[in-house]
Design a protein around this ligand. Sequence first.
Ligand code: NAP
Length: 287
Amino acid sequence: MAKVAFLGLGVMGFPMAGHLAAKGHEVAVYNRTASKADAWTSKHKGRAATTPREAATGAEFVMACVGNDDDLAQVCTGPDGAFSGMAKGAVFVDHTTVSAQITRKLAVEAAALGLHFVDAPVSGGQAGAENGQLSIMCGGAPEDYARAEPVMAAYARICRLIGDSGAGQLAKMMNQICIAGLMQGLSEALAFGQKAGLDGEKVVEVISQGAAGSWQMVNRHKTMLADKFDFGFAVDWMRKDLGICLETADQIGARLPVTALVDQFYKDVQLMGGGRNDTSSLIRRLK
Ligand code: NAP
């Protein structure tokens, strides 16, 4: 069992840190809003720290799941950041969805301090975090990944090293590109069916078992038809992720025409007040 720190107890981090404690790891948690760390320690075995540095002191592994590039930089290298508390040889595992640039920059800064850095963004949403069934795509040195993988196993359904530093984040971008186009297609089909007067659930029972089937169709059609959009991954976060995808595409010369359009559709949902709606709320624009 390892000494592990977990930074960021949001929708994802709270249950992920809980799985580490349940597996018997010695866990120290940090959350910017202290009440969430208190809620975590009242539910799980472990201690709460008041800064990332304090949580990271003495840890062999420091996991993080915060918001965006700036947030990650803050908990790593900001005042009382984790890097200043970590012992040489310790591994930082980042589960936040961020750009490949900030990942590579922090990995270089970590190496200069004798620390190791693995980018490990996740897919599977709130349910995946709660059930310990996340898909984790990683970037970094194979020996660092090999050390971190048994710890991540506490909340992974599948965990793979994709390539060098930043490769995990690039893989996560592919994941988000797939979801963007798929969500718009599913939204159009369900809204079309409603206008045509069909029983959407009856149709989905049939077509989900054919070539049109998808995780989103199976898990979200009922709530989309019922105009309920409070199921995990928020539109605000999706726009952050699509922004990273579009910027990266510009840098590498890739083309993302549909992703760019769907990003604007998500902007419409934000303007309708749906920033904290889940990503299936694209259908709201069509009703
Ligand atoms: P969330 O519920 O909003 O939680 C974000 C966490 O990060 C909170 O604990 C927050 O602290 C902390 N945080 C944010 N900025 C910080 C800063 N500058 N310094 C210290 N702590 C900071 O978000 P989430 O849904 O768990 O998502 C976290 C990350 O995972 C995001 O990058 C997201 O894109 C990614 N992700 C989410 C999902 C999903 O389904 N939710 C799925 C895959 C990936 P406070 O409590 O103080 O606000």
